[in-house]
Design a protein around this ligand. Structure first.
Ligand SMILES: [Mn+2]
Length: 312
């Protein structure tokens, strides 16, 4: 599959790279790292990165392009497979769409698909691709890809972190990147963010099977002046690393009266619960969307039942 992707990159003169909404370090890092690698190895090609921006924009600048650029272009979508999560739906205008992802979802938009969940980060796939295909990687690309790997692996801590992860990290560090600069960017918090963490630590609840959870109505984001995304995905792991807590869940209402659900588990796969409610993701880190905070109890009941079954 690496060969096929390289051939497609070589075939097209215009390449536009997409990724998911609310980009995390991996989505951003993969996108910017791939853009740098293609530009470095194929200087005559026009390469663009598009999508919404947030605090991870230190990794690289997005491009603002006209619809006409998509004519006869190759689109590469990274770190996401399914249409409703892709930032900027103009990928539909492209001549050919490649999806490169490591989530457990089949793509509904790909002409060519590479999905390898053995990689802890999509950025790890891109680095592996570059190494295997003998493509040059410069410091700029290495900085972006290292950011992706460091963030999606929870700083080299999550279970899918492998020997390969460290080999690739070593390769990227060898390109002269400043790890301290990257970590300072990743760890610096705003005053509100720090206070919000304290709020979570002080207020989470437990079900009878000790699923830790928070239900957040709109007052939480308003009080701390942060986005729904920060309250939701940004805060779920404030309930991690708790004694006797195997699973934790974060339910966050938004202005459209939808509830974003973030589910995490220490060791038991929970992705089937996310899928039951129309969501998906990784075995131990996944999510879904509900129509009201009351429905949260259905999810919590399913998680309690799961723990009852696995602990029998
Ligand atoms: Mn990822």
């Amino acid at each position: 599959m690496y060969n096929k992707i390289k051939e497609l990159i070589e075939e097209y003169s215009t390449i536009i790279i997409h990724r998911h909404f609310n980009p995390d370090g991996d989505a951003y890092g993969t996108q910017m790292g791939l853009k740098s690698i293609i530009k470095l190895n194929y200087p005559n090609k026009s390469v663009y990165a598009v999508g919404d921006v947030n605090q991870f924009s230190f990794v690289g600048e997005v491009d603002h392009i006209d619809d006409s650029v998509y004519k006869n272009a190759l689109v590469i979508i990274v770190d996401v497979s399914v249409s409703h999560l892709i930032s900027d739906d103009r990928y539909k205008l492209a001549d050919h769409v490649i999806v490169i992802d490591h989530h457990l979802n089949a793509s509904n938009v790909a002409d060519t698909e590479l999905n390898d969940p053995t990689h802890i980060a999509c950025a790890q796939i891109i680095a592996d691709f570059a190494i295997e295909m003998n493509l040059e990687v410069n410091k700029e690309a290495a900085r972006a890809l290292f950011t992706g790997i460091a963030t999606d692996s929870g700083r080299f801590k999550y279970p899918a972190t492998s020997a390969k992860t460290f080999e690739i990290a070593a390769f990227l560090i060898g390109k002269g990147i400043d790890i301290q600069e990257i970590y300072e960017r990743l760890y610096t918090e705003t005053f509100n963010f720090k206070k919000l963490r304290g709020y979570f630590i002080n207020n989470f609840q437990l079900t009878k099977k000790k699923v830790a959870y928070m239900k957040n109505d709109l007052t939480v984001k308003e009080h701390f002046n942060v986005s729904t995304f920060i309250v939701s995905r940004g805060m779920v792991n404030q309930m991690a690393d708790l004694e006797d807590v195997e699973i934790w869940a974060n339910f966050t209402l938004n202005e459209e009266q939808q509830v974003f659900v973030e589910l995490r588990s220490k060791r038991h796969s929970i992705v089937h619960v996310a899928r039951k409610y129309g969501g998906g993701g990784h075995a131990l880190a996944c999510g879904c969307t509900l129509n009201s905070l009351e429905e949260s109890d259905l999810v919590l009941n399913d998680l309690d039942q799961l723990l009852e079954e696995v602990n029998q």
